[in-house]
Write a protein that binds this ligand. Structure first.
Ligand code: HEM
Length: 452
């Protein structure tokens, strides 16, 4: 009898408990937390669903990104369900996303230093000359292999270049160690923040710690060599060690370590992934390759030396359109995250203080309202002027990518040497695409390559 009563109670409780679990985050964050945090109390949140406790909407995100491999349908599913309306939906992703970094004046000072060192015409001129020899010799060496995995090979070239230019680390075992740590950090970029051994996020944090230790040793070595004197500036790391504010204070050691790690992370993988996509699209669109080759051969035929200058490359109109079109379609920064530092209203809805705002850049680049046949690789779409709000691959505002010109230059320089000297074929023309932590070909772009 007692058993029967218990069963009835348990069965009776299942639907409300199930409903509460299903709506937990909506009740907790949407009603309780938002109302408590909002200074006015009359919080009207954007439409959307915030999912299960702890996991939030992560399962749906992974479903579209990892299993269906249709990342755009994650946001499209919300559009269909809640309407296009204000184009903003509440959700709960990646547990609590945390952002590190400097703000305000300190951020501006750092940005302007980094920009001067790697992204402005004088720096680009030097970098162009320093980086091409490795690209040229890598291309020559690949023709001796039966096939190569382009992404892996290009990563070696690019990392040797930025390792030398940013931190004066010679190619070899030490650089390989650093590359392994940074790859570990990158793998945790979109991982669920479970800091438990065996999980990607835990591994990424361990790799980040090792990267910091790596640079800590380097920093101590440089300090020991120079005593109290300012570091003679040989590379980006020296420059970071020397930056002073208006009161003559240097960055703290932690800031130097955070920044050299951050810049290497930002520049390490992004350009290689986009270059890999460029080879893929050019192989699929021979008419585009033909035009690119003609433009670059015409530059080459007017020169006596092999190396091109950054000024020459950045003036190649069609090549730069190919680069921008690849960056648009590669969508490697699918979204960027900001934190609301105070309650604010947007089109009648409240964004409560402390909430993350995830700006879905992917959607800007794949929305047919912004681009005709958005998934088609068509550099000629850049013929007219592009509305800045339709091209956000490098972000926007005060945090816009500080390596955007460097990235475009590196990709274009490589395409110059590739298209004027080599032809290549995809080993797996139908290779699948992975979308996490960012969009990449699953086979790493296996190609055969030979001299023209
Ligand atoms: C095609 C390649 C690249 C793409 C698509 C890209 C994209 C982005 C995006 C979207 C942001 C903004 C992040 C945000 O708003 O939160 C960003 C920031 C940044 N990027 Fe890039 N990036 C690329 C290459 C590079 C390179 C080569 C470097 C330097 C070596 C670099 C350094 C940085 C840095 C330091 C920031 C932070 C800027 C700040 O917080 O003020 N990026 N990048």
């Amino acid at each position: 009898m007692a058993m029967g009563l218990w069963s009835t109670v348990v069965i009776g409780l299942l639907p409300p408990v199930g409903w509460l679990l299903w709506r937990w985050n909506d009740v907790w964050y949407g009603l309780v937390m938002a109302t408590l945090r909002s200074s006015k109390g009359d919080t009207k949140l954007p439409p959307g669903k915030m999912g299960l406790p702890i996991l939030g909407d992560t399962i749906s995100f992974l479903w579209y990104f990892k299993f269906l491999r249709r990342p755009d349908d994650y946001i499209n599913s919300k559009r269909h369900k809640y309407g296009d309306g204000i184009g903003m939906y509440k959700t709960h992703l990646f547990g609590k996303t945390s952002l590190a970094g400097v703000h305000g004046k300190a951020h501006l000072r750092l940005r302007s230093f980094v920009s001067r060192s790697i992204n402005q015409p004088d720096a680009l001129r030097q970098i162009a000359l320093a980086m091409q020899p490795r690209m040229i010799s890598a291309l020559q060496s690949w023709t001796k292999c039966r096939k190569i995995t382009f992404y892996d090979e290009m990563k070696k070239v690019s990392f040797e270049n930025i390792g030398m230019y940013f931190a004066s680390i010679e190619p070899g075992a030490t650089l390989e160690r650093l590359k392994k740590y940074l790859a570990g950090v990158v793998s945790g970029f979109r991982a669920y923040p479970l800091n438990i051994p065996g999980f990607t996020f835990y591994h990424a944090l361990q790799c980040r710690r090792k990267t910091q230790e790596f640079f800590r040793e380097e920093l101590d070595k440089r300090r020991k060599n120079n005593g109290e004197n300012d570091q003679p500036i040989q590379d980006l790391m020296d420059g970071l060690m020397n930056i002073k504010d208006e009161d003559g204070n240097h960055l703290s050691d932690t800031e130097v370590l955070d920044n050299i790690t951050g810049i290497l992370l930002a520049g390490f993988e992004s350009t290689v992934v986009v270059t890999t996509w460029a080879l893929y699209y050019l192989a699929k669109y021979p008419n585009v390759l033909q035009k690119l080759r003609e433009e670059n051969l015409s530059l080459k035929s007017n020169k006596s030396e092999l190396l091109v200058t950054s000024d020459e490359i950045l003036k190649l109109e069609y090549t730069m359109k190919v680069v921008d079109e690849t960056i648009r379609l590669a969508n490697i920064a699918g979204f960027v995250v900001r934190v609301a530092t105070k309650d604010f209203e947007y089109q009648g809805y409240t964004i409560p203080k402390g909430w993350n705002v995830i700006v879905w850049l992917r959607n800007v680049h794949t929305d047919p309202k912004n681009f005709d046949h958005p998934l088609c690789f068509d550099p000629d779409r850049w013929n007219g002027s592009m509305l800045p709000e339709n091209f956000q691959a490098f972000g926007a505002g005060p945090r816009i990518c500080v390596g955007n010109m460097l990235a475009r230059l590196q990709i274009a320089m490589f395409l110059h040497h590739l298209s004027t000297g080599y032809k290549w074929q995809l080993v797996n023309p139908d290779a699948k695409v992975k979308y996490l932590p960012h969009s990449k070909l699953e086979d790493g772009l296996e190609i055969t390559i030979e001299k023209l």
